[in-house]
Design a protein around this ligand. Structure first.
Ligand code: GLN
Length: 553
């Protein structure tokens, strides 16, 4: 029988509940337990797929094609468990199911209500992973939003009921709160935490563990005070102070015996001792790398770093085996519009950058700026990695500049272009519904031998995660090949371009998929790893050139 951990948050949002849940998952997985994490979001969208990244950050995609909240990215990175569509639920999806059941006549004769129908569906979904996998030891369910929100009430009510129905040692509640530091008083304040725990209790849930988020250590006195007022032993109140790297969080929790206490509370006997030496070594490199490189990310949502969360994490991972820290320079692609190679501003923007990445995206805003950045990287021989839309922009740049197709474009940006080198995929032509209808999830890709892609991967076939409607137009493949482009990865039947590269360049690679979704701290993605390596080489090469120019020995 699986055990259930519920993670909720109070006082304010954005406390890092996802990282907290993922860190507990990391510790329990590390002790040999089979753990799955899931996120339940109280908003009414059926899934986050149609939401702008400005709303909740990036849309994270799973192997099975589910479009999810970005916290699932943290779960996968921290536990290295591949999740499924069962592990992300929204209130929208709950109501969709209930309304569908009602129309089908499943509740015939009865009034359909929040209790029991909505809460029953939530309880069913909480337990679904354990029903499907009898070997699961722990299901950690994070509830989005903040305790006290109207929208999260049915979710908390479902948890209350489940805690009542299951034996007490089968469930536990972990609550995150903010412990603010008031600078004028020179002290931290525990009252918001007391209120938040009381609010949770008024819904019928007594928190078993508290994680106090603060920008400094909370100290023993505050811990004792919080424990007393929140009805808990002091050692069940964890200090969740800010850390420099999210990868330190499991270490911090372990120091405070969280894994041990949670296991004891759930009457679990983990098969292994905690073994964190590896993770510790890794965090040390992340925190204090012997060297640094700088990569420019030319995108559209650069003010909101969460929009590119998996990309920035992939660079943290790729830095580890390369023994470098990767500094990211966020460049708004619109600011590069109208700036061609040779423009002083363009050179200034990329000054000191050892690589250029163009991420995925939708719509035509800032496209010319991305094309300009790619041409700059191509001509100045700066390592370049293009992801999804980044591949589309690379195709546009090279079709225009190397294959002489001046008006080349993507049908997404200019449906009237005479050379649509990127066009809508065949099976996307007649789609009317926007939600969940892109080419989604993991698909196989065959890698051509003796290419940069093959050198990075070291294997002949990979499975990568996708999220797109447009693709390379095969009618232009030959012309681009004649211009020097190599299509180094395709679908197994050869009909869909998955990877392209330019062998005349030190590292120029673009992919139709999202490698950032499969990078893990212990298994950095081979393309990011190779790209960062190329950035290190580029920096050394350019230092060499500069030294040569100066006449140094
Ligand atoms: N907008 C492009 C498409 O739909 C690229 C998508 C992406 O970058 N994820 O194909």
């Amino acid at each position: 029988m699986a055990k259930y951990v519920f993670v909720t948050g109070g006082v304010v949002s954005a406390l890092g509940k996802g990282i907290a849940a993922a860190s507990l998952g990391n510790l329990l997985t590390g002790r040999g337990l089979k753990v799955v994490l899931q996120k339940f979001d109280p908003y009414l969208n059926v899934d986050p797929g149609t939401m702008s990244p400005y709303q909740h950050g990036e849309v994270y995609v799973l192997d099975d094609g589910a479009e999810c909240d970005l916290d699932l990215g943290h779960y996968e990175r921290f536990t290295d468990v591949s999740l499924t569509q069962d592990n992300n639920l929204t209130a929208g999806k709950v109501y969709e199911t209930i309304l569908y059941n009602e129309r089908k006549g499943k509740y015939l004769g009865r009034t359909v209500q929040t209790i029991p129908h909505v809460t029953d569906e939530i309880k069913r979904r909480i337990q679904l992973p354990a029903e499907k996998d009898r070997d699961l030891d722990v299901v950690i369910t994070e509830i989005g939003g903040t305790v006290g929100d109207i929208e999260s009430l049915p979710f908390l009510e479902a948890i209350r009921q489940l805690r009542l129905e299951l034996p007490p040692e089968d469930t536990c509640s972990v609550h995150l709160t903010l412990v603010p530091y008031i600078s004028t008083a020179g002290e931290i304040k525990t009252k918001p935490t007391q209120h938040s725990v009381a609010e949770l209790r008024s819904i019928g849930i007594q928190a078993d563990f508290l994680i106090c988020r603060a920008n400094q250590p909370i100290g023993d006195d505050a811990r004792r005070k919080i424990a007393l007022f929140c009805n808990l032993p002091p050692e069940f109140v964890f200090d969740g102070q800010d850390v420099d790297s999210i990868y330190q969080v499991p270490l911090n929790y372990h120091q405070q015996h969280m894994d041990e206490l949670v296991c004891k509370r759930l009457d679990l006997d983990p098969p292994e001792e905690a073994e964190l030496a590896d993770w510790e070594r890794m965090t040390r490199i992340i925190l204090d790398p012997p060297d640094r490189v700088r990569i420019a990310i030319v995108g559209k949502y650069t003010e909101l770093k969460d929009a590119y969360k998996s990309i920035s994490e992939s660079f943290v991972h790729a830095g580890i085996p390369n023994l470098v820290g990767v500094d990211l320079k966020w460049v708004d692609s619109e600011s590069l519009e109208g700036r061609e190679v040779g423009d002083r501003k363009l050179a200034e923007v990329f000054e000191g950058c050892h690589g250029v990445l163009v991420p995925g995206g939708f719509g035509d805003r800032g496209i010319q700026g991305k094309v300009n950045a790619i041409r700059y990287a191509r001509e100045k021989r700066i390592p370049f990695l293009g992801l999804c839309l980044g591949l589309h922009c690379a195709m546009i740049d090279m079709a225009r500049d190397l294959a002489g197709l001046e008006m080349a474009n993507s049908a997404e940006f200019d449906p009237a272009s005479p050379h649509k080198v990127i066009h809508l995929m065949e099976d996307q032509q007649y789609i009317e519904m926007m939600g969940g209808t892109m080419r989604l999830g993991a698909w196989p890709c065959v890698i051509k031998p003796d290419t940069l892609a093959h050198r990075c991967y070291g294997i002949d076939e990979v499975r990568e995660r996708h999220r797109h409607r447009y693709e390379v137009n095969n009618a232009y493949r030959e012309r681009l090949e004649a211009a020097g482009v190599v299509f180094s990865g395709t679908s197994p039947d050869g009909s869909l371009v998955e990877i392209l590269e330019l062998p005349s360049h030190p590292f120029f690679l673009a992919v139709q998929f999202h490698p950032e979704l499969k990078s893990r701290p212990r298994r950095p993605h081979p393309l990011f790893r190779g790209f960062v390596r190329a950035a290190v080489d580029h920096r050394e090469g350019s230092c060499g050139e500069a030294a040569e120019a100066r006449g140094d020995a």
